[in-house]
Design a protein around this ligand. Structure first.
Ligand SMILES: CCCCCCCCC/C=C/C=C/C(=O)SCCNC(=O)CCNC(=O)[C@H](O)C(C)(C)COP(=O)(O)OP(=O)(O)OC[C@H]1O[C@@H](n2cnc3c(N)ncnc32)[C@H](O)[C@@H]1OP(=O)(O)O
Ligand code: NDP
Length: 378
């Protein structure tokens, strides 16, 4: 067997080994002060390991080395590309005030990240909102903050979307609080990067249960209730760009998100006759704690990811908010079965065979052109 252990790799493995040993120390010791010291040690070790891991994948220039060795720089956000200055995000709410007056909105995963941003926007434009997820404390805090900011009530309801009985109970609670919704946003999700050969059956099931079954339980239960009451509504699902292409290392999520898209397109065809619309947003990368802590925990991939986005930057939660509000509003009543990608061009940039030729310089193009012209008549 050929072991290629460069000094730097050896150092990385040693650091990871040290952090594991120190972690065990933290678990075994019970004295508070010692535990705290260990916890700090663990964090520093993890940060140092993250730095070295990142350096192995993307070697740094000389001037950056001092920063890389300092743990506070370890998980610094990657910079946007120069062209991003042409495309600044506009975080202002796009639709006119009152666009959701007298409307009720139900948002799963509305306590954090993109769900929170969409709830904030709906509430700002007049909606009464119900947000549902597992962590009641997180929901309560978000609900209080948004209600204080907009003056419109946001109700938190605890619900694990994997459990159909819990979903039914949550919707019972919602009916008592607000009545059935006019706007439904299926945003809750679970995900983590993992080589597929490391996935356990329960790892697979967990993601598929949250993303596909959870969306189906919420959508079918709400759909049946809305149909019974002869009430129209807009349903929106948040998927992702790799729902279409598939992606290695997030295979349960890719499979489940593709399922969600099939579910929504199918129901758009079947349930239009009941006054129900179904649409999908496929976001590209947007910095949220939930996503980045599970998809890029070391921070090693962010720079290369930004490098393949033609607009040169990540998206913002408010950009998704504005699109979601439009698609859920009375301005979009002719939109159903639509899949809208919002990703700064990342998807097409990854798909095109020749797109790496962006790296070719002007001089290199002159050379290439001359070589091609020389083939004339051959
Ligand atoms: C390249 C840079 C990327 C930067 C971002 C780019 C974005 C572009 C496109 C993005 C798409 C984004 C999609 C998203 O969905 S982001 C949303 C992320 N948010 C969340 O995931 C929030 C909710 N998540 C959770 O609660 C957990 O993470 C969870 C694991 C999904 C569920 O928690 P819980 O029910 O408590 O499950 P557990 O009991 O902890 O685990 C269940 C089984 O899963 C196994 N498992 C857990 N983590 C891992 C892992 N990292 N690797 C392998 N297996 C894992 C766990 O071991 C359990 O299985 P068992 O041991 O067999 O019982
Ligand atoms: N950020 C990004 O780059 C991208 C995100 N997306 C999609 O956007 C959506 C929001 O993600 P984002 O805001 O980034 O991440 P978050 O982790 O912040 O959001 C996920 C939400 O889902 C909730 N949730 C998870 N499991 C369950 C469950 N079993 N029952 C009920 N609620 C649950 C979580 O709340 P709780 O823990 O309280 O249950 C959380 O509020 C997701 O659908 C994600 O796939 C798509 C592409 C890119």
């Amino acid at each position: 067997m050929n072991f290629d252990l460069s000094h730097e790799k050896l150092f990385t493995y040693l650091l990871i080994l040290c952090s594991i040993i120190i972690s065990f120390g933290g678990v075994v010791r019970t004295h508070k002060t010692t535990y705290r010291a260990c916890a700090v040690g663990r964090l520093n070790m993890a940060a140092a390991a993250a730095v070295v891991f990142r350096r192995n994948l993307f070697p740094l220039k000389l001037g950056q080395k001092a920063c890389a060795l300092h743990s506070s720089c370890a998980l610094r956000d990657a910079d946007p590309l120069p062209q991003a200055s042409f495309f600044p995000p506009n975080d202002a709410t796009m639709l006119p005030p009152g666009s959701f007056s007298d409307k009720v909105a139900f948002v799963t995963g509305g306590g954090t990240g993109l769900g929170r941003a969409m709830t904030q926007g709906l509430s700002q434009l007049g909606a009464t909102c119900v947000i549902a997820s597992r962590k009641l404390e997180v929901l309560q805090k978000t609900a209080e903050e948004i209600t204080a900011q907009t003056g419109n009530k946001v109700f938190p309801v605890a619900c694990d979307v994997r459990d159909p009985a819990a979903v039914a109970q949550c919707l019972d609670q919602m009916e008592k609080l607000t009545g059935l919704p006019d706007v439904v946003i299926n945003n809750a999700a679970g995900n983590f990067v993992s080589p597929s050969e490391k996935l356990s059956p329960n790892g697979w099931k967990t993601i598929v249960d949250i993303v596909l079954n959870g969306t189906a339980f919420v959508t079918l239960e709400l759909g049946k209730r809305l149909i019974r009451q002869d009430k129209g509504a807009s349903f929106l699902a948040i998927t992702t760009i790799y729902a279409e292409s598939g992606s290695g290392f997030v295979v349960p999520s890719a499979s489940a998100k593709a399922g969600v898209e099939a579910l929504y397109k199918s129901l758009a065809a079947e349930w239009g006759r009941y006054g129900l619309r179904f649409n999908i947003i496929q976001p590209g990368p947007i910095r949220t704690k939930g996503a980045f802590s599970r998809l890029d925990p070391t921070g090693a991939f962010e720079k290369s990811m930004i490098g393949r986005i033609p607009v040169g930057r990540l998206g913002t939660p408010n950009e998704i908010k504005n699109l979601a509000l439009y698609m859920s509003s009375h301005y979009a009543t002719w939109m159903s079965g639509a899949v809208v990608r919002l990703d700064g061009g990342e998807y097409v940039s990854m798909a095109g065979e020749f797109n790496d030729l962006r790296k070719v310089s002007k001089q290199q193009w002159d050379l290439i052109e001359a070589m091609i012209r020389q083939t004339k008549g051959s």
